[in-house]
Design a protein around this ligand. Structure first.
Ligand code: NAP
Ligand code: GLV
Length: 308
């Protein structure tokens, strides 16, 4: 039973130890270690070269190292190969921290104060109570739900939007294209935690962002491909949007001179909202391999045609 791992070598060392201690029947293989391609049933990777997969005739499951699977060329994958995204507490914990930080930063006008400080201007802004601040999260999956649960104790007026209907205590849930207008009209702070799919690419565009209340702020912690750069810049210039906090961009890293680097109303972080935690991810992966061996449903199995 062989697992091929092609990603960060530091994580690879930790995974090899954990597999050795807790799943000795699974051979953990990491190139340049030699292996027989026909022996590989499982591949754990972030962005594997296309020819690698084509040369693994008995591959059954491709496990993503992270929560996203948009980095995979789904069309180039044999149809019998299952794709599984990473569900593990380290990713969730990091995103909960990031979204909480970003929502509080927008709620408490951090960007305006950063500008004021640079101008040596002492100018307090009237406090808005959290219950009067409407926070909406696009995507009610593992990350969207965890972020909303963490925001609840602050007392924000919370809502969420997803493809299929959901129910969450303390959160007004909307679904599908029909639910989008009502959702957007009630977001002073919009958080994107959608997967990047053919349906969601470019979704943060002038049409959608223009339906937010005037002065709303945007937080994108999902993928750079969700956001249309020129539309965000225009809506900030027109003061329809007040601020944006972006953890993800397209491309990454941003090229020198890109307007996001220096925009006074944009706060940037370099795709660090959350990171796969080596120890908990190894255990989540072992648990999923065990499910697969037992013929049970794996956590995070991607519906290939849907893209997430
Ligand atoms: P997930 O569990 O698969 O949840 C996805 C959510 O998005 C679901 O609620 C789904 O609706 C909704 N959705 C998908 N397509 C939609 C559409 N067309 N319209 C409306 N809603 C739609 O994903 P996750 O694990 O929470 O992760 C979300 C994304 O976060 C990842 O794909 C990745 O891109 C990003 N991420 C970023 C970082 C970072 O460091 N910046 C770290 C981890 C993940 P249903 O519930 O109805 O299916
Ligand atoms: C990071 O962006 C992930 O998808 O886990």
């Amino acid at each position: 039973m062989n697992l091929l791992y092609t990603s960060d070598p530091e994580r690879g060392r930790i995974w090899r130890d954990i597999f050795g201690q807790e799943a000795g029947d699974i051979d953990f293989i990491e190139p340049p270690q030699p292996y027989d391609p026909a022996s590989i049933r499982y591949l754990a990777a972030w962005n594997p070269p296309r020819d690698l997969i084509a040369n693994l005739p008995n591959l059954e499951v491709l496990f993503s190292i992270g929560a996203g699977v948009d980095q995979f060329d789904m069309d180039g994958l044999p149809s019998h190969v299952d794709v599984v995204r990473m569900i593990e507490p380290g990713i969730v914990g990091g995103m909960v921290e990031y979204v909480t930080m970003a929502v509080l930063a927008m709620h408490r006008d951090l960007i305006a104060y950063r500008e004021a400080q640079r101008a040596e201007r002492w100018s307090p802004i009237k406090l808005v109570p959290a219950r009067q601040r409407r926070v909406g999260v696009m995507g009610l999956g593992q990350l969207g739900q965890a972020a909303l649960a963490a925001l609840r104790p602050f007392g924000f007026a919370l809502s969420g939007w997803s493809r299929s209907p959901h129910e969450m205590e303390g959160v007004t849930c909307h679904a599908g294209p029909d639910g989008l207008d009502a959702f957007l009209a009630n977001c002073d702070i919009l958080v994107c935690l959608l997967p990047l799919t053919p349906e969601t690419r470019g979704i943060l565009n002038r049409d959608l962002l223009g339906r937010l209340p005037r002065g709303a702020a945007l937080i994108n912690a999902a993928r750079g491909g969700h956001l249309v750069t020129r539309d965000l810049l225009a809506l900030l210039d027109e003061e329809h949007l007040s601020a944006a906090m972006l953890d993800v961009t397209d491309p990454e890293p941003l090229p020198a001179g890109h307007p996001f680097w220096t925009h006074p109303r944009i706060l940037l972080t370099p795709h660090v909202a959350s990171m796969t935690r080596a120890d908990s991810a190894a255990r989540a992966l072992i648990a999923n391999i065990r499910r697969h061996q037992a013929g049970a449903a794996m956590d995070g199995l991607v519906v290939r045609g849907r893209g997430y």
